[in-house]
Design a binder for this molecule. Structure first.
Ligand code: SF4
Ligand code: SF4
Length: 353
């Protein structure tokens, strides 16, 4: 029997959704959503579950991840119940549920906690620089080691356990029986969705420019990560790698500037509501692109030794990104959405076998 949490609606409001109470169950949102199908329909079902407080059903559902927040359903809702924002809030709530540390939930619910965490990392960075007597060469060397170890640690300590929890909630607990072959056959979907987010193109609004921006941003971000971590961008002599890093950081900067400006202007339905986690994600990504670009520019123009602050600013942004936003913030949506597509494919293959 389903467990009902009568306080669920109040809990979800801490993750951003407040208007879904106005829903009178007409179904327009599900009818207009071009990603919703007869076998896999949303968002109305998610609104019903939320209103009833069916927490376990929501935790087992992959539907919040099937939504790419085009905003069509919110525009078409006769009651302004904002179903698109409900789906977004459910994704934040699910992220908090998957996270074994509980820190995602704390940071999503409390702006104060987020600011404190950012200040803590900033202070740690200053202590680190001071302990090295502000020696730029040493700071850059250890900064590079930090980047490599942060990726490994976040993957091992946070992401793998959290993905196992997601798998448990969505596949094991609902008793989906799938063979190893099914897991293997569905693997292609994981990578295709991770790198292309191609379902975004299926949205009724056909906002191909939004899809293209996301696509270039994901590719530029992953390539910049590779260029700085594995090709040691700040320390390389290779002209090809240097130019590659400039191009990647430039694209990250201009696309995130466009994202920030859309959020400020609220020009699209998907930008009508912005939580602190949304701002933090785009602004820090923008700053990452900008500061990385300038660190390398200062190196190439011989200005870096007299402008160590530039590297310290970059390292602070990078550390806050790697220790707060990537493991516990909106960055995780990229990972969980890709795995949701993978698990969804496993579910469909398991049913048809
Ligand atoms: S959210 Fe709006 S469109 Fe969807 S079922 Fe409720 S009232 Fe209808
Ligand atoms: S925001 Fe778009 S994709 Fe998401 S449920 Fe609404 S119509 Fe569907």
């Amino acid at each position: 029997m389903s467990k009902v949490n009568p306080k669920f609606a109040a809990e979800l409001s801490k993750y951003g959704s407040n208007d879904f109470h106005a829903c009178f169950n007409c179904g327009n949102c599900t009818a207009i959503c071009s990603l919703s199908t007869q076998e896999n329909s949303f968002p109305r079902e998610m609104i019903r579950y939320t209103t009833l407080g069916l927490e376990d059903e929501l935790k087992a559902s992959l539907k919040p991840w099937e939504c790419y927040y085009c905003g069509d359903c919110s525009l078409d809702c006769p009651r302004q119940a904002e179903p698109g924002e409900l789906m977004m809030s459910l994704r934040r709530w699910l992220t908090a549920k998957y996270d074994w540390t509980g820190l995602s939930g704390v940071l999503y619910r409390s702006l104060t906690a987020t600011i404190l965490a950012l200040i803590l990392v900033f202070a740690a960075n200053l202590i680190f620089a001071n302990s090295l007597a502000w020696n730029l060469k040493n700071m850059m060397h250890i900064g590079h080691i930090f980047e490599m170890s942060a990726i490994f640690m976040v993957l091992m300590v946070i992401f793998i356990p959290n993905l196992l929890r997601m798998w448990n909630f969505t596949i094991l607990k609902p008793k989906i029986k799938a063979s190893v072959r099914v897991y293997f056959n569905a693997l292609g979907d994981l990578f295709v969705h991770m790198f292309t987010q191609k379902r975004m193109k299926d949205c009724e609004t056909k906002d191909n420019f939004r899809w293209l921006e996301h696509f270039i941003l994901v590719i530029s971000y992953l390539l910049l990560l590779f260029t700085t971590v594995f090709l040691n961008w700040f320390n390389t002599e290779s002209l090809f790698v240097i130019i590659l890093g400039y191009v990647e950081s430039f694209f990250i900067f201009i696309i995130t500037v466009d994202f920030v400006s859309s959020r400020i202007k609220k020009s699209k339905a998907l930008n009508k509501f912005s939580q602190p986690s949304d701002w933090l994600f785009v602004i820090w990504l923008m700053l990452m692109g900008l500061t990385a670009f300038f660190v390398r520019l200062f190196i190439d123009t011989g200005l870096i030794d007299s402008n160590k602050w530039m590297y310290i600013v970059h390292l602070t942004i990078l550390a806050q990104w790697a220790l707060i936003i990537v493991p516990f913030g909106k960055w995780t949506h990229f990972l969980y959405r890709s795995f949701a597509m993978y698990f969804s494919k496993i579910k469909s293959l398991a049913v048809s076998h």
